[in-house]
Design a protein around this ligand. Structure first.
Ligand code: BG6
Length: 507
């Protein structure tokens, strides 16, 4: 098997843009995201030689670490990667610096500004700065204000701000946060992250749809009868009960990741491949989307929570028994719902969304089911002919699968379904990069295409407002159904589809 550096496909196919000299400042540098995602993604960029020589990472958090301590901790965070690439890891770690900063203290901001000037001199980073807010969402607003007050966001060409999700917790709070952030800097400086947009397979939806002529003519209500979007996880709440208890699956996954997949699947073709053209089309489709029943939203949504499961040797705790979770918690770990999009392309086509933790498989996919053939000329091997399906596999086994009927071998004329597959790994010889690799590079390049604009975030929150209000005001109307861990969620969610004579896909 080819190693990544010698793989000819990789050398031939990758076309990378050049990141300008700069300092990436990570607030929340002692946190989980920095260890698990950001530093590994930056190391990946370093190994791919995508970072300029004049580059620095300044980690900031309240802890009083030295540069050296920070480097050691990040080396540990890289784990096996650092061991397997020890020379590259040592060079990479030399670009890491640390400053103890409390964003609430103005004296710390003065200290930070001085430190950045020092880094600019030593590393020749030319005042180009990307500030990454990987802090608790409660500090997004005050963090922006503090950076603006210290003059660190003044230059719209040289300073950028990356903000993690969740951006607000409902329509009102997202609107308020947008106003606050936009009062600190220009919209062009703001990069709201949704890491699903960093996944190759999500971006590939755009390429499949708009670089081929065969899909677009049939990508509409005349040919497609329904769409299912699934993000299933096998993990539970892990160590994040503090955050998850007040979030739940609807806020944690649906409002952002699933809604972005919906927007990219359903949007109109943009006039150009340019950030605003793409984001305009995504915003428009979200503005046209609505719950299947906005007056009685409990009829189009099912919530669930995981119970014990697993095996004797590998038992799984119920959500309510997880560390940090309220034993009477009514937070949903599963949610399924039905939406419609009121426009010429999609009128009347149901979009079913589902996500959950502790489900049977880790899997994210989008399934487009095509209308049945108008006349059945042939007997079907399985009793009735199956509808054609295009399955876009976001993860794992990234790729796509087209299911269609063919003749079963033999003297009769029976049909049976088969699949035609595209696999990223087989075609390109390597698995695709983690979403954060792409998004960190794009933020540092100043390319906002794969980041959510203020109107998109607000439209996504507005879409779920009837459900969020119901959960807040009369939760008994949207009960939490228990489901056994390692299954496909509460049986009640099957009814959402069986009412429409459909089934969830269970690969
Ligand atoms: C995060 C959620 O945004 O996405 C997590 O907060 C979830 O709860 C994660 O586990 C899923 O991401 P991925 O890339 O593993 O599908």
């Amino acid at each position: 098997m080819n190693t990544p550096t010698t793989n000819p496909l990789r050398v031939g196919l990758r076309q990378e843009r050049v990141i300008t000299p700069q300092c990436l400042v990570i607030f929340g540098a002692s946190g989980d995201l920095t260890h698990r995602k950001l530093i590994p993604a930056l190391f990946q960029l370093f190994k791919q030689r995508r970072l300029p020589i004049e580059f620095a990472i300044l980690g900031c958090a309240r802890r009083p670490w030295s540069d050296e301590e920070f480097r050691q901790k990040m080396k540990k965070a890289l784990g096996k990667e650092a061991k397997d690439n020890s020379a590259a890891a040592s060079l990479f770690l030399e670009n890491l610096f640390y400053e103890s900063v409390d964003l609430q203290k103005s004296e710390d901001l003065i200290k930070l500004a001085r430190r950045l000037e020092g880094i600019d001199r030593v590393k020749a980073t030319h005042n180009n700065r990307t500030f990454y807010l990987s802090v608790s969402p409660n500090f997004y607003g005050s963090g922006c204000k503090a950076l603006a007050a210290a003059g660190l966001l003044n230059d719209p060409k040289r300073s950028r701000l990356v903000i993690e999700k969740p951006f607000g917790r409902d329509f009102g709070s997202a609107q308020t946060l947008n106003q606050l952030v936009q009062s600190c800097c220009q919209e062009s400086q703001i990069f709201r992250i949704d890491h699903y947009l960093g996944k190759e397979t999500v971006q590939n939806i755009l390429v499949m749809r708009f670089a081929n002529t065969i899909f677009e003519p049939i990508w509409n209500r005349n040919y497609i009868s329904s769409v299912q979007i699934t993000a299933a996880e096998t993990v539970g709440v892990e160590e994040r009960a503090g955050y998850y208890e007040s979030s739940g699956a609807l806020r944690d996954m649906v409002q952002n990741h699933l809604t972005q997949m919906l927007a990219i699947t359903a949007m109109e073709p943009p006039g150009h491949f340019d950030p605003e053209a793409i984001r305009n089309e995504k915003a428009k489709v979200l503005q046209a989307a609505h719950l299947a029943d906005e007056i009685e939203p409990w009829k189009c949504c099912i919530r669930g929570q995981y119970e014990e499961g697993g095996s004797k040797s590998d038992p799984i705790l119920s959500y309510r028994n997880e560390p940090g979770v309220n034993p009477n918690s009514t937070t949903e770990t599963y949610v399924a719902m039905k939406l419609f999009i009121d426009n010429w392309r999609w009128q009347g086509v149901p979009f079913y969304l589902r996500t959950g933790k502790r489900l049977a498989k880790r899997l994210s996919e989008i399934v487009l089911t095509f209308r049945e053939a108008p006349v059945h000329l042939f007997d079907a091997a399985g009793g009735c002919p199956t509808s054609n399906q295009l399955i876009l596999r976001i993860q794992p086994d990234e790729g796509a699968d087209f299911r269609f009927e063919v003749k079963s071998p033999g003297s009769g004329m029976r049909s049976r379904p088969v699949g035609m597959e595209f696999s990223y790994e087989e075609s390109f010889g390597e698995p695709s990069d983690e979403g954060y690799v792409r998004l960190l590079a794009d933020a540092m390049l100043g390319d906002p295409t794969l980041f959510t604009r203020s109107d998109e975030v607000e439209a996504a929150w507005r879409l779920y407002t009837p459900l969020l209000e119901l959960i807040e005001d009369s939760p008994w109307q949207l009960p939490i159904y228990p489901y056994e861990s390692r299954t496909w969620g509460p049986v009640e969610s099957d009814a959402l589809l069986s009412k429409d004579e459909l089934l969830w896909r269970r690969p």
